[in-house]
Design a protein around this ligand. Sequence first.
Ligand SMILES: Cc1cc2nc3c(=O)[nH]c(=O)nc-3n(C[C@H](O)[C@H](O)[C@H](O)COP(=O)(O)O)c2cc1C
Length: 197
Amino acid sequence: MESAQQIEHWIRNRQSTFVNGLKRGGQVPDELIEKLLDNASWAPSHGLVQAWEFKVFTREGLLSFYKGLQRIYKETVPAEKFNETRYQKFPEKADFVSHVIAIIMRRDPKRRFPRQEDLVSVAAATQNIYLSLQAYGLAGYLSTGDICYQSQTREFLGLDEEDECIGFFTIGVEDENYVRPPRTRIPAFEKTEWIRS
Ligand SMILES: Cc1cc2nc3c(=O)[nH]c(=O)nc-3n(C[C@H](O)[C@H](O)[C@H](O)COP(=O)(O)O)c2cc1C
Protein backbone atom coordinates (compact mmCIF):
# COMPACT_ATOMS: atom_id res chain seq x y z
CA MET A 1 0.00 0.00 0.00
CA GLU A 2 1.25 3.46 -0.82
CA SER A 3 1.99 5.78 2.09
CA ALA A 4 -0.91 8.08 1.19
CA GLN A 5 -3.35 5.17 1.15
CA GLN A 6 -1.92 3.89 4.41
CA ILE A 7 -2.39 7.16 6.26
CA GLU A 8 -5.91 7.55 4.88
CA HIS A 9 -6.68 4.04 6.00
CA TRP A 10 -5.50 4.55 9.57
CA ILE A 11 -7.04 7.98 9.98
CA ARG A 12 -10.42 7.11 8.49
CA ASN A 13 -10.72 3.78 10.26
CA ARG A 14 -9.89 5.23 13.65
CA GLN A 15 -13.04 4.71 15.61
CA SER A 16 -14.70 4.72 18.98
CA THR A 17 -15.98 1.52 20.50
CA PHE A 18 -18.17 2.25 23.50
CA VAL A 19 -18.57 -0.02 26.51
CA ASN A 20 -21.55 -1.77 24.87
CA GLY A 21 -19.19 -2.91 22.09
CA LEU A 22 -16.60 -4.43 24.44
CA LYS A 23 -16.30 -8.11 25.26
CA ARG A 24 -17.03 -9.12 28.86
CA GLY A 25 -13.79 -10.13 30.59
CA GLY A 26 -11.58 -8.98 27.69
CA GLN A 27 -8.11 -8.36 29.15
CA VAL A 28 -5.46 -6.34 27.34
CA PRO A 29 -1.78 -6.93 28.25
CA ASP A 30 -0.26 -4.00 30.15
CA GLU A 31 2.59 -4.02 27.60
CA LEU A 32 0.18 -2.93 24.86
CA ILE A 33 -1.09 -0.07 27.00
CA GLU A 34 2.55 0.98 27.51
CA LYS A 35 2.96 1.01 23.73
CA LEU A 36 -0.14 3.20 23.32
CA LEU A 37 1.29 5.64 25.85
CA ASP A 38 4.67 5.68 24.11
CA ASN A 39 2.87 6.44 20.84
CA ALA A 40 0.91 9.18 22.62
CA SER A 41 4.20 10.72 23.73
CA TRP A 42 5.24 11.28 20.11
CA ALA A 43 2.64 14.02 19.74
CA PRO A 44 3.85 17.52 18.87
CA SER A 45 4.13 20.14 21.61
CA HIS A 46 5.33 23.73 21.49
CA GLY A 47 8.87 23.88 22.85
CA LEU A 48 8.56 20.14 23.62
CA VAL A 49 6.67 20.96 26.80
CA GLN A 50 5.02 17.48 26.66
CA ALA A 51 2.27 18.45 29.07
CA TRP A 52 0.55 15.04 29.03
CA GLU A 53 0.34 12.77 32.01
CA PHE A 54 -1.48 9.47 32.34
CA LYS A 55 -3.01 7.53 35.19
CA VAL A 56 -3.79 3.94 34.24
CA PHE A 57 -6.48 2.06 36.14
CA THR A 58 -6.68 -1.70 35.69
CA ARG A 59 -7.70 -4.85 37.58
CA GLU A 60 -8.61 -3.84 41.17
CA GLY A 61 -7.64 -0.27 40.28
CA LEU A 62 -10.47 -0.25 37.77
CA LEU A 63 -12.96 -0.95 40.51
CA SER A 64 -11.55 1.92 42.60
CA PHE A 65 -11.86 4.13 39.52
CA TYR A 66 -15.51 3.31 38.88
CA LYS A 67 -16.40 3.48 42.57
CA GLY A 68 -14.71 6.89 42.70
CA LEU A 69 -16.71 8.08 39.70
CA GLN A 70 -19.88 6.61 41.15
CA ARG A 71 -19.38 8.57 44.37
CA ILE A 72 -18.63 11.78 42.44
CA TYR A 73 -21.72 11.26 40.27
CA LYS A 74 -23.90 10.99 43.37
CA GLU A 75 -22.28 14.02 44.99
CA THR A 76 -22.52 16.27 41.94
CA VAL A 77 -25.59 15.40 39.90
CA PRO A 78 -28.63 17.53 40.75
CA ALA A 79 -31.21 15.46 42.67
CA GLU A 80 -33.83 15.80 39.91
CA LYS A 81 -31.37 14.40 37.34
CA PHE A 82 -30.10 11.51 39.45
CA ASN A 83 -30.51 8.25 37.54
CA GLU A 84 -30.38 5.15 39.73
CA THR A 85 -29.64 2.82 36.77
CA ARG A 86 -26.74 4.98 35.65
CA TYR A 87 -25.48 5.11 39.24
CA GLN A 88 -25.56 1.32 39.62
CA LYS A 89 -23.85 0.78 36.27
CA PHE A 90 -20.55 2.43 37.17
CA PRO A 91 -18.86 -0.59 38.83
CA GLU A 92 -20.50 -2.98 36.34
CA LYS A 93 -18.43 -1.41 33.57
CA ALA A 94 -15.31 -2.97 35.07
CA ASP A 95 -16.58 -6.36 33.76
CA PHE A 96 -16.14 -5.16 30.18
CA VAL A 97 -13.27 -2.70 30.44
CA SER A 98 -9.63 -3.74 30.68
CA HIS A 99 -7.94 -0.39 31.31
CA VAL A 100 -8.95 3.23 31.79
CA ILE A 101 -6.33 5.83 31.03
CA ALA A 102 -7.08 9.16 32.66
CA ILE A 103 -5.48 11.68 30.31
CA ILE A 104 -4.27 14.74 32.12
CA MET A 105 -2.92 18.04 30.93
CA ARG A 106 -0.30 19.00 33.52
CA ARG A 107 0.31 22.69 32.97
CA ASP A 108 3.91 23.49 32.11
CA PRO A 109 5.42 24.58 35.47
CA LYS A 110 7.41 27.23 33.62
CA ARG A 111 4.27 28.58 31.88
CA ARG A 112 6.30 28.95 28.68
CA PHE A 113 3.31 29.12 26.34
CA PRO A 114 -0.40 29.86 26.69
CA ARG A 115 -2.31 27.14 28.54
CA GLN A 116 -4.32 26.49 25.39
CA GLU A 117 -1.17 25.22 23.68
CA ASP A 118 -0.56 22.68 26.42
CA LEU A 119 -4.16 21.53 25.99
CA VAL A 120 -3.81 21.22 22.22
CA SER A 121 -0.69 19.08 22.51
CA VAL A 122 -2.42 16.70 24.91
CA ALA A 123 -5.34 16.47 22.48
CA ALA A 124 -2.80 15.41 19.83
CA ALA A 125 -1.41 12.78 22.22
CA THR A 126 -4.97 11.54 22.74
CA GLN A 127 -5.43 11.18 18.98
CA ASN A 128 -2.27 9.07 18.84
CA ILE A 129 -3.89 6.65 21.29
CA TYR A 130 -7.02 6.60 19.16
CA LEU A 131 -4.97 5.96 16.01
CA SER A 132 -3.01 3.15 17.66
CA LEU A 133 -6.01 1.13 18.86
CA GLN A 134 -6.73 -0.75 15.67
CA ALA A 135 -3.11 -1.52 14.94
CA TYR A 136 -2.85 -3.38 18.25
CA GLY A 137 -6.25 -5.05 17.86
CA LEU A 138 -7.79 -3.02 20.69
CA ALA A 139 -11.07 -1.18 21.06
CA GLY A 140 -12.07 1.83 23.11
CA TYR A 141 -13.04 5.47 23.24
CA LEU A 142 -12.48 8.74 25.03
CA SER A 143 -15.17 9.72 27.50
CA THR A 144 -15.66 12.94 29.38
CA GLY A 145 -19.18 13.88 30.47
CA ASP A 146 -19.87 16.44 33.20
CA ILE A 147 -18.03 14.25 35.67
CA CYS A 148 -14.68 14.95 33.99
CA TYR A 149 -14.83 18.59 35.04
CA GLN A 150 -16.00 18.32 38.65
CA SER A 151 -13.76 19.56 41.46
CA GLN A 152 -14.09 16.13 43.11
CA THR A 153 -12.70 14.50 39.95
CA ARG A 154 -9.84 16.97 39.88
CA GLU A 155 -9.08 16.07 43.48
CA PHE A 156 -9.40 12.33 42.71
CA LEU A 157 -6.78 12.73 39.96
CA GLY A 158 -4.56 15.07 41.95
CA LEU A 159 -4.88 18.04 39.59
CA ASP A 160 -3.55 21.49 40.36
CA GLU A 161 -5.49 24.63 39.51
CA GLU A 162 -4.24 25.03 35.93
CA ASP A 163 -4.21 21.32 35.07
CA GLU A 164 -7.06 19.70 33.18
CA CYS A 165 -8.67 16.32 32.87
CA ILE A 166 -8.85 15.71 29.11
CA GLY A 167 -10.92 12.57 29.52
CA PHE A 168 -10.94 8.89 30.33
CA PHE A 169 -9.70 6.57 27.59
CA THR A 170 -11.58 3.34 28.10
CA ILE A 171 -9.93 0.28 26.54
CA GLY A 172 -10.93 -3.33 26.08
CA VAL A 173 -11.39 -6.06 23.53
CA GLU A 174 -14.10 -5.67 20.91
CA ASP A 175 -17.09 -7.98 21.22
CA GLU A 176 -17.23 -9.93 17.96
CA ASN A 177 -21.04 -9.66 17.92
CA TYR A 178 -21.01 -5.88 18.20
CA VAL A 179 -22.83 -4.21 15.30
CA ARG A 180 -21.17 -0.88 14.68
CA PRO A 181 -23.35 2.05 13.64
CA PRO A 182 -22.23 3.76 10.40
CA ARG A 183 -19.70 6.56 10.83
CA THR A 184 -19.95 9.73 8.75
CA ARG A 185 -18.33 13.16 8.54
CA ILE A 186 -19.24 16.56 7.19
CA PRO A 187 -17.01 16.99 4.11
CA ALA A 188 -14.07 19.30 4.79
CA PHE A 189 -15.01 21.62 1.92
CA GLU A 190 -18.15 22.64 3.82
CA LYS A 191 -15.93 23.92 6.61
CA THR A 192 -13.14 25.41 4.52
CA GLU A 193 -12.59 28.82 3.06
CA TRP A 194 -9.79 29.14 0.53
CA ILE A 195 -8.20 32.57 0.15
CA ARG A 196 -6.24 32.68 -3.07
CA SER A 197 -5.91 36.37 -3.79
C1 LIG B 1 -13.14 15.49 23.76
C2 LIG B 1 -14.00 14.27 23.51
C3 LIG B 1 -14.91 13.88 24.48
C4 LIG B 1 -15.71 12.76 24.29
N1 LIG B 1 -16.58 12.41 25.28
C5 LIG B 1 -17.40 11.36 25.09
C6 LIG B 1 -18.33 10.98 26.11
O1 LIG B 1 -18.37 11.56 27.18
N2 LIG B 1 -19.14 9.94 25.86
C7 LIG B 1 -19.09 9.25 24.67
O2 LIG B 1 -19.89 8.32 24.49
N3 LIG B 1 -18.20 9.56 23.71
C8 LIG B 1 -17.35 10.59 23.89
N4 LIG B 1 -16.42 10.91 22.92
C9 LIG B 1 -16.28 10.05 21.72
C10 LIG B 1 -17.22 10.51 20.64
O3 LIG B 1 -18.54 10.09 20.94
C11 LIG B 1 -16.79 9.92 19.27
O4 LIG B 1 -15.49 10.35 18.94
C12 LIG B 1 -17.77 10.35 18.18
O5 LIG B 1 -19.01 9.73 18.37
C13 LIG B 1 -17.27 10.00 16.79
O6 LIG B 1 -17.09 8.62 16.67
P1 LIG B 1 -15.69 8.04 16.17
O7 LIG B 1 -14.69 8.35 17.25
O8 LIG B 1 -15.94 6.56 15.99
O9 LIG B 1 -15.36 8.71 14.89
C14 LIG B 1 -15.60 12.02 23.09
C15 LIG B 1 -14.66 12.40 22.12
C16 LIG B 1 -13.87 13.51 22.33
C17 LIG B 1 -12.85 13.90 21.29
